[in-house]
Design a binder for this molecule. Structure first.
Ligand code: NAP
Length: 309
């Protein structure tokens, strides 16, 4: 464990889905909290969390679950963060640190700050790691290992609270970077949100085709389509919220994408092989850069297999 990762006393995780349950698993495995409290509104999820032994205390009463916590991490869809923050805020103890894992940061900061009580620091976070699965069974303790976690503390946030949250994520194996919420939303719009939109769109287009049968789409999916279907299988609630809360940045990047796509269509129409070859050469180099940075393996099938816990 890095030196900065001094364990928190009590950790409360609100929302034990893929990300929340991975944090609970990791916090236990790497000794990042003395006591772990799991808060979830769903009785089925709470039962599963108990069966899997992911927490010391399991409750649906958020106000009770967070009352004594030193670190509270909201792991619910971005659109639900404001309401959950409003419900728990009066029950946070002075000196507590509040954080989240939402995939959009500007809207989360705007939704949480009005409810933040005096003496509580808010350190928003976004682990850039995930899979297309949801729920407490989908999580695993090494999900964040060697993945980036972006912190977007609002101006004036207590530096020690930021350092402690950084240490927590480093304890989970993540590499931490700090930036403004606005910059985060712009960067993630092009690296995550627009790629997901393209995947949802292409899979939807294929599903609607009439001249090519569904069984042909599935049968010949290894031609490229299959890689999009993994992304397009991601959680519908989470992604609805991402697009509704990061509207401006996504539309800006989508505008650029559409312009570039038109240029590509033009190159194909005018049989400009040179332009096509030049672009494909540049994009190949980006893939190699990602592999070289350890953010992907060169292995096929995405090189990504969740490890057993
Ligand atoms: P998930 O597996 O679907 O889990 C979400 C959890 O939040 C569930 O326990 C869900 O309970 C609960 N929840 C949903 N709406 C709620 C509400 N209105 N009030 C209280 N609890 C509510 O989702 P996830 O993939 O872990 O995503 C959680 C957060 O992590 C999201 O903000 C997402 O943007 C972020 N994130 C996701 C990924 C990824 O790849 N999945 C990566 C990085 C960050 P119910 O079962 O009752 O709905």
């Amino acid at each position: 464990m890095p030196e900065s990762a001094a364990p928190f006393g009590r950790l409360a995780v609100v929302g034990l889905g893929l990300i929340g349950s991975s944090i609970a698993r990791g916090a236990r495995r790497y000794g990042l909290a003395e006591t772990i409290v799991a808060v979830d509104r769903d009785a089925g999820v709470r039962d599963r969390v108990r069966e899997l032994g992911l927490a010391d205390l399991v409750t649906d009463a958020a106000e009770m679950g967070v009352a004594e916590a030193d670190l509270v991490i909201l792991c619910v869809p971005v659109g639900a963060v404001g309401a959950v923050a409003a419900a728990i805020a009066p029950h946070l103890k002075p000196g507590a640190v509040l954080s989240d894992v939402g995939s959009v940061k500007g809207s989360v900061v705007a939704a949480v700050l009005p409810h933040l009580p005096d003496g509580v620091a808010f350190v928003p976070g976004h682990p850039v790691a995930g899979t297309e699965y949801s729920g407490p069974d989908a999580g695993f303790s090494t999900l964040f290992s060697n993945r980036w976690c972006i912190l977007t503390p609002p101006e004036g946030t207590d530096a020690e609270a930021v350092a402690r949250v950084r240490g927590f994520w480093e304890g989970l194996g993540a590499i931490v970077e700090t930036m403004t919420p606005e910059h985060h939303d712009l960067v993630l719009a092009i690296t995550s949100h627009v790629p997901h939109l393209i995947a949802f769109n292409i899979v939807g287009t294929a599903a609607d085709l009439e001249e090519v049968t569904q069984s042909e789409v599935i049968k010949f999916s290894a031609g490229g389509f299959r890689d999009f279907t993994r992304i397009a299988a991601s959680d519908p609630t989470m992604w609805r919220d991402v697009f509704l809360t990061n509207k401006d940045a996504v539309l800006e990047m989508l505008g650029r994408f559409n312009e570039d796509l038109s240029a590509l269509a033009r190159a194909i129409r005018w049989e400009d092989g040179e332009a096509l070859h030049a672009l494909f050469t540049r994009t190949r180099a980006i893939r190699r850069g990602i592999v070289a940075m350890g953010q992907e393996t060169a292995a096929p099938d995405f090189g990504r297999r969740p490890s057993e816990d």
